[in-house]
Design a protein around this ligand. Structure first.
Ligand SMILES: C[S@@+](CC[C@H](N)C(=O)[O-])C[C@H]1O[C@@H](n2cnc3c(N)ncnc32)[C@H](O)[C@@H]1O
Length: 725
């Protein structure tokens, strides 16, 4: 470092006075100098390295059977095309920072590398400020806009809260993680538009190296809105970088066909009917030299001077760095009504060019699932993630549709799993260091749990109390029990509450939990009821971790939804009928009448009813309930005919031995064996499943319902088939 004595003195003085150093020292003081660099408030090189185990919550590997489903023996699967071994595609719900860091540093990395690593990443981050978390849902002929939940809002704030600075901070760290995950011979495409393209180019140069820049691809499209103050903005930009060299680039697979004008130039045909053009061979002294499209007579007279250019040998036009392609129109069958959905044709071009069959492709901002759908259709493996539950649900439906189509076309398809970092994410939120030794971790967990309970009580607006064993708070005449931090509320947990209620004559209780053991409802509620106890179970929303949401009184503890199913048993077959479903949401219900202007209307949700409130010119309010039937709330439901047949295993690193182990979490994976759902085209829903043949004996059957907001609930029933074994 070449600093003069004066400069050193100056720096010391400024530092002692707590004053900032002048700009010139940035280049004099630091070791690594970048000639051109993007700097923003909050820039840091610290990259997340948290490892959380992934939990498989659902597996989808058999598109819904159209007929009676027969019992399947181990290897019968070859008959149905159902995949039984090997890589399962992954649809992961959660914040992609934690997902990427866990993929990069955790045990799943080994599995990824076994597949040859991630060969292609395509991302389309939320560059259209705020467009991603509000969804329009059609109901009773009206449109209800589902607002973002607080977690989604938080993500939105993290991304756009401080304008471009926060977007760049968000994407910088994730791009660094993606670079580390990408195979050495892999490539990445980053989709954006004029809002952030300038910044992203510099960030990508920094992370991938500017020598690894390959293209700035322009996707131009048409649209309705036009500008008269400047040129109408009608293109997106897709940056294309390689990790190192030797990447896949199958230009032949995406080359464009010849234009009609070019084809018309192939005006000759040989004796076999092959069309050709005739050119000179560029021989010195030749009268036709390298002339193009010369007369056919030359071929007869002087064939050695001619070059024959056959049409069937043309590979098409090599792809250029621009493409003109329309956005999906309103009538397109591809549309799934996801606001930022991209056309499959666009993604197809990318996947075909930059990966081969069997390669692993990743999109961690998957939205409506376009990348996953195209990857599956093209025989690639995939990993996809999204923070929005609605996005995960939309992708799930879309992928089932793709699987069904592949099955119909007699083609292979791959199973996919839906995963999350749920329980462990909570542990992470409350700040327990997962790499501590067991005992220390336990101590830290206990200490943190205390402050966690206070946090939940505060968000629930309850008052803390320490007079009880099972209760930690009270609120308006009810005692409040907070469920465990990293486990679902179990039957045992509730039974202890009931016991204390009976001993101390407590009759009104709220139980708050992140998750409730499957099959807990409604039996336990009936049991409590019979003992004269009014038990209310409520979900703790994930957004309790958002201080700002608590301060704004935005955190809503929903009642659990309620499912009723009825098994139909015929000898050794069973079908499940969905007989009731209720939810208890509210959105915009408070003061809705008052805040509405005369001569206007608004759709709100009030305790599980979607209501259209209208005010006429005299201020007279009319409320029309749009959800006429309980089925209106259901978007999708699925059945697992043998719940508890697949244990949920997580791969975790044993901190003591350093070895990776498979550990059973105590839960089971829901195997999606039959499902009925609404699509944009077909709004009908079947309420009874097909009959499934099962071996005689007792078994548990699970039904999962996903409501129109994308939230899911499950119900488990125990049945005996073919008499007791
Ligand atoms: C522009 S959309 C992607 C649309 C997608 N290309 C398609 O064709 O449907 C961006 C997506 O990123 C998701 N997202 C935003 N922040 C995220 C985060 N931190 N982790 C995971 N997904 C996130 C949003 O939920 C949204 O679905």
């Amino acid at each position: 470092m070449k600093l003069t004595d004066n400069e050193i003195r100056d720096i010391n003085k400024l530092l002692e006075a707590g004053k900032p150093l002048p700009e010139k020292y940035r280049f004099l003081l630091f070791d690594e100098k970048r000639e051109v660099e993007l700097v923003w408030n909050g820039k840091t090189n610290e990259i997340c390295n948290v490892v959380l185990p992934f939990q498989v919550i659902e597996q989808v590997d058999e598109p819904r059977a159209e007929k009676n489903v027969k019992m399947q023996m181990d290897l019968f699967d070859t008959q149905t095309g159902r995949q039984i071994k090997g890589w399962n595609n992954k649809l992961i719900w959660g914040d992609n920072k934690l997902i990427l860091s866990s993929l990069k540093n955790g045990p799943l990395r080994e599995e990824i590398e076994l597949q040859g690593g991630i060969k292609l990443i395509y991302i389309d981050p939320p560059f259209d400020v705020g467009a991603d978390f509000s969804m329009d849902i059609e109901i009773g002929g009206e449109t209800l806009t589902k607002k973002p939940n607080v977690l989604e809002e938080l993500a939105y704030r993290d991304t756009w809260g401080k304008g471009t600075d926060s977007f760049i901070t968000m994407i910088y760290e994730r791009l660094a993680l993606m670079r580390d995950l990408l195979a050495e011979d892999g490539s990445i495409y980053v989709h954006c538009d004029w809002r952030v393209s300038g910044y992203l180019r510099l960030v990508l140069d920094e992370i991938f190296g500017k020598d690894n820049f390959l293209n700035e691809i322009v996707w131009a499209y048409r649209g309705m809105a036009v500008s008269e103050t400047h040129y109408t903005r009608r293109h997106d930009v897709i940056f294309y970088y390689q990790k190192r060299e030797k990447i896949t680039f199958n230009w032949q697979d995406i080359s464009e066909g010849l234009t009609d004008a070019t084809i018309s130039k192939y005006r000759y045909a040989d004796e076999n009917g092959r069309k050709f053009r005739l050119h000179g061979r560029n021989i010195q002294g030749s009268p036709i030299q390298n002339n193009t499209d010369i007369d056919i007579k030359w071929l007869k007279a002087k064939p050695e001077l001619c070059r024959v250019d056959y049409l069937d040998q043309k590979k098409g036009v090599k792809p250029r760095d621009w493409v003109v392609m329309d956005y999906l129109n309103v009538m397109s069958s591809e549309r799934v009504d996801y606001p930022t959905q991209k056309p499959e044709k666009l993604i197809e071009r990318i996947i075909k060019a930059s990966s081969n069959k069997g390669d692993l492709v990743m999109d961690i901002f998957v939205g409506s699932g376009t990348t996953a759908a195209v990857a599956e259709k093209l025989g690639r493996k995939w990993i996809a993630s999204d923070l929005g539950k609605f996005a995960i649900h939309t992708t799930r439906k879309r992928m089932i549709g793709v699987q069904r189509q592949l099955k119909k076309d007699d083609k292979d398809w791959r199973a996919f799993e839906i995963l999350n970092l749920g329980k462990y994410e909570r542990q992470y939120y409350i700040g327990v260091n997962p790499s501590l030794r067991e005992r220390e971790r336990q101590m830290q967990l206990e200490a943190k749990e205390k402050s966690f309970i206070n946090l939940i009580l505060h968000a629930y607006r309850a008052e803390a109390t320490n007079q009880f064993k099972a209760f930690q708070g009270k609120k308006t005449g009810r005692l409040v029990a907070v469920g465990p931090v990293n486990l679902p509320v179990t039957r045992l947990f509730v039974e202890e509450i009931i016991l204390e209620c009976r001993q101390k004559h407590i009759t009104r209780v709220d139980i708050l939990g992140f998750e409730f053991e499957m099959g807990l409802f409604p039996n336990i509620l009936d049991e409590a009821n019979n003992k004269g106890i009014d038990l209310a179970m409520k979900y703790i929303p994930r957004d309790v971790f958002d201080k700002r949401a608590i301060e704004k009184n935005q955190v809503v503890f929903h009642d659990v939804s309620f499912i009723e199913i009825k098994p139909h048993i015929k000898k050794i077959s069973i079908a499940i009928e969905l007989t009731d479903f209720s939810v208890f949401y509210s959105q915009d219900a408070e003061n809705a009448d008052k805040s509405l202007k005369n001569n206007s209307s608004k759709v709100i949700v009030d305790k599980g009813q979607v209501i259209k409130i209208s005010k006429d010119k005299n201020g007279i309010v009319n409320r029309e309930v749009l959800t006429k039937k309980w089925t209106d709330w259901i978007d999708y439901w699925a059945v697992d005919f043998d719940f508890e047949s697949k244990r949920e295993i997580v791969r975790v690193k044993n901190v003591e031995t350093g070895e990776t182990e498979d550990v059973w979490t105590g839960d089971y994976v829901f195997e999606n064996e039959w499902q009925s759902f609404r699509t944009k085209k077909d709004r009908s829903l079947e309420l009874k499943s097909v009959f499934q043949e099962c071996p005689p004996g007792r078994r548990k059957i699970a039904a999962k319902v996903v409501d129109i907001f994308g939230n899911d609930t499950m119900k488990v029933v125990e049945v005996t088939i073919g008499g007791r074994k």
